[in-house]
Write a protein that binds this ligand. Sequence first.
Ligand SMILES: Cc1cc2nc3c(=O)[nH]c(=O)nc-3n(C[C@H](O)[C@H](O)[C@H](O)COP(=O)(O)OP(=O)(O)OC[C@H]3O[C@@H](n4cnc5c(N)ncnc54)[C@H](O)[C@@H]3O)c2cc1C
Length: 436
Amino acid sequence: MIDSELTKRYDVVVVGGGPAGIGAAVAAARSGAHTALLERGGILGGMMTSGYVQPILGAVAPGSFYDEVVALLSKGHEHLPPVVTRNGREVQIDVEEAKARLLRVVYESGVEIHLQTPVVDVVMEGERIAGVVAGTAMGPCTFLAGVVIDATGDGFVAARAGAEFEIGRSQDGRCQPTTIEFTIDHLDPDRAITCFGGSDPVTLPNGKKYSELCKEAAARGELPENVTIVRLHGTCYPGERNVNATQANGFDILSARGLVDAELLLRGQIDQIVAFLRKNVPGYENCRVKVTGSALGVRETRRITGIDRVEDVDVETGTRRKDVVVHNAWFLIDIHNPAGGGQAEKHSQPAKPYDIPYGALVPRTVTGLYTAGRCISGTHRAHASYRVMAICLATGQAAGTAAALCARENLLPHELDYHLVQEALLRQGCTLFDPA
Ligand SMILES: Cc1cc2nc3c(=O)[nH]c(=O)nc-3n(C[C@H](O)[C@H](O)[C@H](O)COP(=O)(O)OP(=O)(O)OC[C@H]3O[C@@H](n4cnc5c(N)ncnc54)[C@H](O)[C@@H]3O)c2cc1C
């Protein structure tokens, strides 16, 4: 229902159209809620599209929206051999296809999509968030909601509403570095290696470990400061690689100045990294930049404090939670060094498939709000696992499902019985519990 041109009313408003926001909006709409998705950029997909981040990493228990997205984005690429590394299953996607396919799946679920609609403020009724204010082509517009979902990655909505949050690691507040990913083509597909990270044992034809080659080039100053490994992910096409290597440490990317400074630094690193590849890596002699991410790749900012949180021990030991809403979430504890090159803990550390509890999506100090994706409640180390896209899609689905229930039952998130969320997720096909 439209109250006026500049005030609209919904059951659920999702802010941010990345993996988490897409999962949330689709789940809410399919659950029967009148749902709007507000995205500040011109496309959906978040880091997956505007950041040119691929492959999709991580895992969750079968039957979730992640499986649907994998099937959707794998269409036409079924012939590709499955890629499994220390990172687990790597789902390679064509980012350009993803832009169109994700938009369509969200549209067809009945979500009202608002692109180029940055949310700039919140509407509060005491401690309850009652809506958000966004810039639109018509001018500022108020989107009122029964429940708002913050899927901005940065926890912008929650912070603006006054929610408590943490940033970075506990000892100094430093966050993981930012990166601009880019795709190169014109490789010799018969000779060009791939490399998933510093612990990849891949060797060059002369027997040298590629990771050693990178370290030596870094020591010689041939690579940008703090770049000690040039990750080369396969794409859907043999003569291409997605390069995850540029690195900016220590910028406050929640400030305008920090954002631009990081962007300037990272864009300046791309030519140097390409020159390193052309000179040193067989099969890369003629590589050229095909495309770069149009949005800065931000790994870590705010983690909104919830009524519960994902703890280090959960990720390390695979804890089961009675109020589980994402089961068997799995990815390594992958902390890109906040204060130097490589990994903060030498290598990414092992994790065991763990549960994400309902309470990690429910902010402690603001109500009417869920979080989804990388801004949910967890420790710095746990975040380094659940931040990957498979798990963000699934926390989005859980938040969207819960928000639709709140709207239907006229309840606030902290009043909702998590059993109802679990029942709804099970009906959607999600697996939430181990076999008896
Ligand atoms: C360099 C890099 C490499 C990575 N590599 C991988 C990888 O290989 N595989 C993997 O699975 N994961 C990878 N990740 C992690 C993963 O991409 C992100 O953690 C994940 O995309 C987070 O999902 P999200 O939906 O929470 O946030 P995002 O993907 O960041 O999406 C948030 C969305 O919210 C929008 N938004 C923000 N603020 C507002 C606002 N005020 N109003 C409206 N819209 C707003 C943004 O424009 C964006 O579209 C990588 C991350 C980075 C940065």
